[in-house]
Each structure stands twice: as structure tokens, then as C-alpha cells.
Design a protein around this ligand. Structure first.
Ligand code: UDP
Ligand code: MG
Length: 347
């Protein structure tokens, strides 16, 4: 079914729509992108009729941009979208999805941790009719101990309280059918927790196991601060429990306080007034002040997110396009002016 779709892939604008687009977010990856592009071209040329590789330069400050230009000069199938600054990996992926015109889109990291050699097995699954094919990493041996520990805690927490299930081991390395891409584009969230979104959209999904390679060059671009932010985004956009739990905590504490009051009243009536315990007073005072501040903080987290959603700023801004022919399938400004479905899919 997919094959017939691919051969008839010429849009009204007159350029040929590739069968596969590969979207790669890059942030300071000058040492890695050439090797990645070479391996991608080597793997994809025999596997598909046509393809495009789209690097999304997420505000790199090294020689990435220069390399991207040279690569496009050498091979027109390697193009890029250059964002106006660093917007973060999640947003860079969204920008790449907007620029991609393939019948299916593969998303992968630039650091060669996601081996391009796995892509043909993704494509095989897609041709079988799966629309959401995700790479399942077999282990996290290349992450640090601390990071693995926190990742595990996070996924346990998400499993308990999140509104959707995340398939274990699934990450950003995946293939999405055009239908799934259109669904993702319809979600204009600013706090983009892609793992949640991929799972939320559903469609016929399947995992393909792969071995995560060590990062080829450079350092991980995720500091613990960024990872914490990311984890919070994930939990808050797919769970309202942190917000609701305070109702229960508050109710429990108030009823406890009420029974205490009753106890003291009876005690006073029977034994008369006693000297109240100063330490316990201070302790309970501080405890409840803490609880209140905490719950205010949780409210603040949600309100902050609501605020950033209602501002409706564009999700990202494009500074430059390198080698991308034709119009993008969707306006670059996220939600502000979504094109009708017919134009977006290019049919
Ligand atoms: N990345 C990005 N913007 C950022 C941070 C990272 O586009 O702000 C890209 C990075 O260049 C790489 C991918 O996201 O292609 C994954 O990043 P990294 O390998 O540093 O993450 P890790 O593998 O440690 O999770
Ligand atoms: Mg990496």
C-alpha cells in the first residue's frame, strides 16, 4: 500500500516527494554529522526509492552550520533547517517534522548512538503496515550510573501516575508514517514531551530492538538541569496528579487538626488549661508552612505552563533553509496558521 503511495508522490508544486525523510536535531555536533550523513546515504540508497536527510541546526555555536552547507553542496539530498537559536531537542524535532516531506519520517540523534543500519528494519515494519515504529534500546549501558538511576525512577513514577503508557526502552529513534506526523503536528504544545506525544497519538505501533552505541564524539548535550526540566515537563503534561494530590493531603491534615482541637478541648474541660508545648507548636507551624509552600509551588508549575501555552508564541523560528526545495508543508509558526490537511500532507 505504502509503495503505490510513494511512486505517486509528486505534489502540486512540482517537486518529487521522497519516500523517506530522516530528521536529525543537531546542537554542536561538528564532529559527528559528516560520518552520520555518509552512513545514512550508504544505508538508504539501496533500501528506498528516494530519501532526504534533514538536519535541524538547533542554534549550534561550533562549525556545524559550515559542515551542513558543505554537505548540501556535495549531496542535494542532505538539507537543513537552521533555527534562530537553541530551542531544545524537542522543538528541533518538531521543526524537522514540519520540514519533512517524506511518506514516512525517521527521527534520530546526530551522535551515532542510533545506528543508521537499523533503519531498513524500521522501513520493513512500515511496509508491513505499522505507522509508529520505535527503536527499543536493549540497555542503557552508555548512560552514567546516576542518570540511569534517575531515568528508572522517572519511568516508574510516570508508569504510576501518567495518563498514558510509555513502551519501555522507547526513545526518539523511530519511524513515523505521514499520518502519525500530521497527528503530531496538530499538537501545538510548547512543553513538548515527545515520548508522551508519540504514545498518545497511538496508531499501529511496534518496537524494533537495537543496541545503543556510545556517543561518537563530543559530550551529551543534556545537563542534569535540562533533564530535570524535561522530566517535570513529562510528568506535568501527562498527569494532573501533582495538582490533585494536595486536595487529599490537605483534607487529611485538616481532619487531623480538627481531631486534635477536639482532643485539646476535652482535655481542657476535664483537667483545666495546661502549659502548651512550645516545641510541638513550632514544629507543626513549620511543617504546615512547608506543605503550603510546596502545594503553591506545584500550582505555580502548572500555571507557568498554562502561561507559556496561552502566549501562543511560535514554537520556533527558522533563520535559514539549506537545500530544501519548495514550500514547507506547514507554516513555520506552530499553531498560528495551520494549513488545511490537504496541503499539509501534500496530496
Ligand atoms: N540536541 C539538540 N538540541 C539540544 C540538545 C541536544 O538538538 O538543545 C540534539 C543533539 O545534537 C543530539 C540529540 O539531540 O543529536 C541527542 O542529544 P544527546 O546525544 O546530547 O543526548 P543523550 O544521548 O545524552 O540523551
Ligand atoms: Mg546521545
Amino acid at each position: 500500500m505504502q509503495e503505490t503511495k510513494a511512486t505517486a508522490a509528486t505534489t502540486a508544486k512540482g517537486f518529487t516527494r521522497p519516500e523517506i525523510s530522516v530528521v536529525v536535531p543537531v546542537f554542536n555536533e561538528q564532529e559527528n554529522i559528516r560520518a552520520l550523513a555518509n552512513r545514512l546515504v550508504g544505508v538508504l540508497t539501496p533500501a528506498v526509492q528516494s530519501f532526504e536527510v534533514i538536519f535541524v541546526d538547533d542554534g549550534s555555536r561550533d562549525a556545524t552550520l559550515l559542515a551542513l552547507k558543505e554537505m548540501n553542496a556535495g549531496d542535494a539530498r542532505v538539507s537543513s533547517v537552521v533555527l534562530s537559536r537553541n530551542f531544545g531537542k524537542e522543538v528541533a524535532i518538531a521543526a524537522g517534522l514540519d520540514a519533512a516531506r517524506g511518506d514516512a519520517v525517521v527521527i534520530m540523534d546526530a551522535d551515532l548512538q542510533h545506528p543508521p543500519e537499523v533503519i531498513p528494519s524500521f522501513i520493513a515494519k512500515w511496509r508491513e503496515g505499522y505507522r509508529n515504529v520505535y527503536g527499543e534500546r536493549i540497555d542503557r549501558a552508555h548512560d552514567s550510573q546516576v542518570r540511569r538511576f534517575f531515568a528508572k525512577r522517572f519511568y516508574k513514577l510516570f508508569e504510576a501516575f501518567g495518563e498514558i503508557a510509555l513502551p519501555p526502552g522507547a526513545g526518539d529513534f523511530r519511524l513515523l508514517d505521514r499520518q502519525a506526523v500530521v497527528a503530531l503536528q496538530a499538537m501545538g504544545e510548547r512543553a513538548r514531551f515527545s515520548k508522551g506525544l508519540y504514545s498518545w497519538i497511538g496508531f499501529k505501533s511496534v518496537g524494533v530492538p537495537f543496541d545503543v552505541a556510545p556517543r561518537a564524539a563530543g559530550q551529551s548535550k543534556f545537563s542534569y538541569r535540562k533533564l530535570t526540566r524535561f522530566a517535570l515537563d513529562g510528568l506535568m503534561s501527562f498527569s494532573s496528579l501533582p495538582l490533585r494530590v494536595w486536595t487529599y493531603v490537605g483534607t487529611a491534615i485538616s481532619s487531623f487538626a480538627l481531631s486534635m482541637a477536639l482532643y485539646f478541648l476535652i482535655e481542657t474541660l476535664i483537667y483545666g488549661a495546661r502549659a502548651p508545648g512550645f516545641p510541638s507548636l513550632i514544629v507543626s507551624l513549620l511543617f504546615f508552612a512547608g506543605v503550603q509552600l510546596m502545594s503553591l509551588g506545584i500550582l505555580g508549575e502548572y500555571i507557568g505552563r498554562i502561561f507559556s501555552e496561552v502566549k501562543r508564541r511560535p514554537l520556533y523560528l527558522v533563520a535559514e533553509r539549506i537545500g530544501l526545495q519548495g514550500e514547507p508543508l506547514r507554516a513555520e509558526h506552530g499553531l498560528t496558521n495551520p494549513l488545511p490537511m490537504r496541503l499539509r500532507t501534500g496530496d
